[in-house]
Design a binder for this molecule. Sequence first.
Ligand SMILES: Nc1ncnc2c1ncn2[C@@H]1O[C@H](COP(=O)(O)OP(=O)(O)O)[C@@H](O)[C@H]1O
Ligand SMILES: [Mg+2]
Length: 226
Amino acid sequence: MIEFDGVEFRYGGGREILREVSLTIEAGGFHFLTGPSGAGKSTFLRLCRMALRPSAGRLRVFGVEAAEADADAVAALRRRIGMVFQDGRFLDHLSVFDNVALPLRIRGAPARERRAQAAELIEWVGLGARAHALPAELSGGELQRAALARAVIGAPDLIIADEPTGNVDRETAVELLSLLMALHRHGKGVLIATHDHELIRAARRETPVQVLRIEDGCVLAQGRRR
Ligand SMILES: Nc1ncnc2c1ncn2[C@@H]1O[C@H](COP(=O)(O)OP(=O)(O)O)[C@@H](O)[C@H]1O
Ligand SMILES: [Mg+2]
């Protein structure tokens, strides 16, 4: 589903953040991406949704070749990827409900469908009572739940989450993980960047996970274990 083949990446003329990355992220897998702060985890995720393109090497995402993808091809592949951003990225003046429904509005889905899906997902993440609050009125954990609902609303094939448990307490982290695992059981691929090793251990107790580690610009697969 995502294939890196000799991918190298640097910002502008800067140092090499990723070098010679060759790996495949398979459809429907549960993947963690770990490594120290500044190692390039967020950069790797940006490449996966083609918010960045490789400086060298080949990258293919859902059959789309990075070197050839035009704006329409990138938009199409982003519809298959639900993204939970590290920094939330909510529109402050819209309610939680409208923020969650926004991806469908952008796609031109009918209002009734948008409302039904947003309501269902907001319930699913346990925010039913907060649907009409503004983002500024939510706690860190509530914001992450809302971000997950928004990521899932377009029925993506893959959910990417960048440090989803970075600013939440342990209990909320475990709840977010269990929502991601439920999505995985329903056939979605999951890719989570985190340096929370407790989270990785908790996931491993439930399902086989693939752990990728970024170190010195190299991405190493740590094997599929329970
Ligand atoms: N837009 C950018 N321009 C230049 N350098 C960047 C940019 N974003 C990140 N970097 C640098 O790239 C490296 C990897 O960053 P990042 O991918 O955010 O790491 P991580 O998510 O693992 O903490 C860091 O040294 C960071 O300072
Ligand atoms: Mg990061």
